[in-house]
Design a protein around this ligand. Structure first.
Ligand SMILES: *[C@@H]1O[C@H](CO)[C@@H](O)[C@H](O)[C@H]1NC(C)=O
Ligand SMILES: *[C@@H]1O[C@H](CO)[C@@H](O)[C@H](O)[C@H]1NC(C)=O
Ligand SMILES: [Zn+2]
Length: 480
């Protein structure tokens, strides 16, 4: 009896640690992947994205179990145009960046120092643990006068959540930029990217200096102009998930709510499918589309109701506290992209009535490449959003030479209930709500959720230059 229990536990921990393998599919067109991405038991990272390759093909990255790999190999054994490739060497047997132990910010007395205010070549040794994320932001409050807002809902495991604001004084209606991170627990370094960038801004502002990220430099005047736009930041949206991921190393994505499942992968809701935007996807989308999942064990489980989760409600409460926010960026990894609205279908600018609120189109949304439905976006918005995304990826690519691409979030396949579409939908869905342009940044290369120490540092440089140019481009388009 005792022996079998030990054996079962050992087996379980092996499975948890080692059951997902990074792979990519390769095919001549993105459409070749349509059947693969319909399987909501597969893990495609934040969103399934087909990336064009230099030799004119497309790749689709995923994390699969051995059983799933065997399944697709069998399914596609006669489909010679689609191939599946493992990436074992690069990802599995290498040292990932350590998680901090203790508290390097000494209970909010020592401020974080970003890479943009340090000499070229300086590095940060480890990823912040959850206590350090709280301590780092407390230090910014204590030492730089950053403001904080305690958000109304406690997480499932009882964490109190805070958002912060800096640059435009105490009037909350003066704030225009909103950034959040840590929605998906395993996307390590997301909160760090954001906190170190804010640390750079406030330190450079105080010293009246500029910032430098690799080969991208910013002047003191640019720093001041970005701060003056008013920045709201919510650096750790999913503390329960991050706590669990950091202690288990299990590539945990969702929160830790046990309402719909109490063990293994059935625990938790995907916060990035839980927002109130076409949440009830079975009703709103075409049959067969799987922009989220109703299965608790899926990585894209949408939860039991729109905004059922505390983290979602807290994220939404920030828009109500800062009513004039105009530009939103949600920080994720890992794909090397900037994504912009829409994510539920392709866009069109000709029919204002073909939109997410019109029930005449229920059951038609989602499929890419058809004409039954495309989501309405005013042409001027499309131009603005595309321009800002292009400038953001140009900055990120210039830092150190890694390639980033800008693309519409729907890409290959639709999503529902995501942070970026929710942001952009508010102007129509909620009376009196301000227009907010929504973006998702996917730093790092595909499925590389646990970066090495050197990749972690490169991610900070790339993202922070991206945030600078995103903010500057947003200011250029307009804040009002
Ligand atoms: C999804 O893949 C699994 C194998 O991992 C398979 O058993 C299942 O039938 C697939 N589902 C669909 C809808 O194809
Ligand atoms: C949709 O948005 C893209 C930008 O991704 C733009 O190039 C295109 O013109 C838009 N399509 C329509 C029909 O407005
Ligand atoms: Zn993500």
């Amino acid at each position: 009896m005792k022996y079998s229990l030990v054996a079962a536990l050992l087996f379980q921990s092996t499975v948890v640690l080692g059951d997902l393998f990074p792979i990519h599919f390769r095919a001549p067109t993105a459409a070749h992947f349509l059947d693969i991405v319909r399987n909501d038991t597969f893990d495609f990272g934040c969103r399934p994205i087909a990336h064009p390759t230099d030799d004119g093909h497309f790749t689709l990255h995923a994390l699969l179990t051995e059983e799933q790999i065997a399944h697709v190999q069998h399914e596609y054994q006669y489909a010679s145009e689609i191939s599946i490739h493992r990436e074992v060497d690069k990802r599995q047997e290498r040292a990932t960046a350590p998680i901090g132990t203790g508290d390097r910010f000494k209970a909010g007395t020592v401020s974080p120092v970003g890479l943009g205010t340090q000499a070229t070549g300086a590095t940060i040794a480890s990823i912040m643990n959850v206590a350090e994320i709280n301590s780092a932001t407390t230090a910014l409050v204590n030492n730089f006068g950053v403001g904080s807002v305690t958000l109304p809902y406690k997480t499932f495991n009882g964490a109190t959540q805070k958002a912060f604001f800096v640059g435009a004084g105490t009037d909350k209606s003066a704030y225009r930029l909103y950034l959040s991170a840590g929605v998906h627990a395993r996307e390590r370094g997301g909160p760090d990217n954001l906190i170190y960038w804010i640390s750079d801004l406030v330190a450079a502002n105080k010293a009246n200096t500029g910032l430098k990220y690799g080969s991208k430099s910013y002047t003191a005047a640019q720093v001041k102009s970005v701060l003056a736009a008013g920045i709201v930041f919510f650096p750790l949206v999913n503390p329960d998930g991050v706590t669990y991921d950091q202690s288990s190393g299990s590539l945990w994505r969702k929160n830790r709510n046990t309402k719909s499942g109490t063990s293994g992968s059935s625990i938790g809701v995907d916060i990035n499918r839980n927002f109130d935007f076409l949440w009830n996807f079975k009703k709103f989308f075409a049959p067969g589309e799987a922009p989220a999942s109703t299965s608790p064990s899926s990585e894209v489980f949408a939860g039991t109701a729109a905004a059922s989760e505390s983290e979602t409600k807290n994220h939404v409460s920030v828009y109500d506290s800062f009513p004039k926010l105009r530009w939103f960026m949600d920080i994720h990894s890992a794909a090397g992209d900037i994504l912009y609205s829409w994510g539920d279908d392709e866009n069109q600018s000709t029919s204002t009535t073909m939109n997410f609120q019109n029930s005449a189109y229920d059951g038609k949304r989602g499929p890419v490449g058809d004409t039954a439905y495309k989501e309405y976006a005013p042409a001027a918005d499309v131009t603005a959003i595309k321009g800002v995304a292009a400038k953001t990826v140009a900055a990120m690519s210039a830092v150190g030479g890694r390639r980033y691409q800008a693309m519409q979030a729907v890409g290959l396949y639709a999503t529902s209930g995501a942070t970026d579409d929710y942001a952009y939908s508010r102007q129509w869905a909620k009376a009196g709500a301000n227009k907010v342009y929504g973006f998702t940044m996917e730093f790092g290369y595909s499925t590389n959720f646990y970066p090495t120490a050197s990749e972690f540092n490169q991610n900070i440089l790339d993202t922070n230059a991206g945030f600078m140019d995103w903010a500057l481009a947003a200011i250029g388009v307009g804040l009002n």
